[in-house]
Write a protein that binds this ligand. Structure first.
Ligand code: XMP
Ligand code: MG
Length: 202
């Protein structure tokens, strides 16, 4: 795909280093993931649990694909925090969680994530969710990072859209200082993007 054909707000000019995954590639992979989920959950109504904010665009596309397959589901959202700037900290907390025991207890839950990097967030989040006495818990992530040979992730997703190099990526929900979530495609940030003052945009 030619990066020059991509659509993005003009204020991002120069911030996008290289195109990693196009919107079209995301779309077709989402169809495949929905098919896998449908095969595994046919006859049940999984709770599709979206991690805000990053997974939101992926979640929306995934639910749309499940609808086309006539796969029923219920919707829940959580907000977890562990990331400061571009480095993961080990502490995961559920922020202002709307999760209620009666919505989750004895249910099949699919946690929908934007990206699994070191897996630290997942490894900390999954036990918090298990406390709701779920029937089952699996993870569907849009991206997973390939760590070096010497590193193994702290947790892995059952369903993963794309395995990507160990670089900081943005777009399609993924942000850097709250910018770039509004991109249709997934990009690697440029140095100018890293250096840019996000507060200069209103
Ligand atoms: P861990 O290392 O705990 O990280 O698996 C998961 C969380 O870190 C964020 N993250 C990223 N966000 N571009 C982003 O915009 C990235 O390349 C990236 N890598 C990790 C993300 O919030 C994820 O849930
Ligand atoms: Mg996240």
């Amino acid at each position: 795909v030619d990066p020059a054909t991509r659509l993005y707000p003009p204020e991002y000019e120069g911030h996008l280093g290289s195109l990693l995954i196009s919107h079209e590639e995301i779309d077709s992979r989402v169809q495949e993931l929905a098919q896998c989920i449908h095969e595994d959950y046919k006859g049940t109504r999984p709770v599709m649990l979206c991690t805000l904010k990053g997974a939101c665009p992926f979640y929306q596309h995934l639910l749309d694909a499940l609808q086309d397959l006539k796969q029923g589901y219920t919707m829940e959202f959580l907000r977890a925090s562990s990331y400061v700037g571009a480095a993961t900290s080990g502490n995961v907390t559920l922020l202002g969680s709307e999760l209620n025991k009666e919505d989750l207890e004895n249910r099949h839950v699919i946690l929908v994530e934007d990206i699994v990097d070191t897996g630290t967030t997942l490894a900390n989040l999954l036990p918090l969710l298990q406390k709701f006495e779920l029937k089952s818990l699996e993870v569907c992530t849009m991206l997973e990072k390939r760590l070096g040979d010497d590193k193994t992730p702290a947790a892995k997703a059952k369903y993963a859209g794309f395995s990507i190099p160990n670089k900081f990526v943005l777009g399609f929900g993924l942000d850097y200082n709250e910018l770039y979530r509004d991109l249709k495609d997934i990009w690697v940030i440029s140095q100018a993007g890293i250096d840019f003052d996000a507060k200069s945009l209103v």
